[in-house]
Design a protein around this ligand. Structure first.
Ligand code: DX5
Ligand code: ZN
Length: 220
């Protein structure tokens, strides 16, 4: 579990006119999960897609679908996303009042539960849920858009979570999302990160398969 190394391409930056073909290309490169960034234009200043696109991704790939809910009131849509094919559902700590209940419900509905924290949210806010979450996602950019600059302090937060995981013998995966590429993925992996959400460092490249292979090789 804690030694797993996972490449999770985010389709946020993919060409939606050729989505199944682009998913095939990253699969060929050894992608482990497909990351779906769900945005409602309220929790973050951007609007992306909903369950219908997750259903389309489900028809396209056998890879686990990693749904990241950057939306207000995520409890209202969790069941819909899981029925649409989400294998993992991550909600934002900043947006959920009863986080213990929400994470428990995601698991009861048959998916892996995750909680994300924005760059300004300390890891210490997660102490009471580390035993009931399957994943903690560190946002290394301010959520809402791809191709942003990596926030360096995110590496320290990954290390803090790794120490917390060791200290309390927890077994959640640590994931990072935003501005990840060949220049920082090794450092993130060495700090204890397991899953790497990558958008523009894969989908903006001419050869998406080769870009995926390169990133996978660095962390393997
Ligand atoms: C931000 C999004 C992006 C995306 C990754 O809300 O979550 O971080 O997944 O985009 P890149 O890899 O281009 O930063
Ligand atoms: Zn994301």
């Amino acid at each position: 579990m804690k030694n797993e190394k996972i490449i999770a391409p985010s389709i946020l930056n993919a060409d939606f006119a050729n989505l199944s073909q682009q998913i095939r290309l990253v699969e060929l490169g050894g992608a482990d999960w497909i990351h779906c960034d769900i945005m409602d234009g309220k929790f973050v200043p951007n609007l992306t897609f909903g369950p219908v696109v997750v259903q389309a991704v489900k028809r396209t790939t056998k890879l686990p679908i990693d749904v990241h809910l950057m939306i207000e009131n995520p409890d209202s849509l969790i069941e819909n996303f899981i029925e649409s094919g989400a294998n993992r559902v991550t909600v934002h700590q900043e947006e959920v009042i009863h986080l213990n209940r929400t994470l428990t419900r995601i698991r009861e509905l048959g998916a892996k539960a995750g909680v994300a924290i924005n760059p300004s949210t300390p890891t210490s806010t997660l102490r009471e849920i580390i035993e009931i979450t399957d994943l903690i996602l560190v946002m290394s950019v301010n959520p809402g858009f791809g191709a942003q600059k990596f926030i360096p302090g995110s590496i320290r937060k990954i290390s803090e979570l790794n120490e917390m995981r060791e200290k309390f013998s927890a077994d959640f995966l640590i994931e990072v999302d935003g501005g990840v590429g060949t220049g920082n993925i090794k450092q993130l992996s060495d700090a204890g990160c397991n899953a790497f959400v990558i958008g523009s460092s894969i989908f903006s490249k001419d050869n998406m398969t080769a870009a995926t292979v390169e990133l996978k090789n660095i962390i393997s």
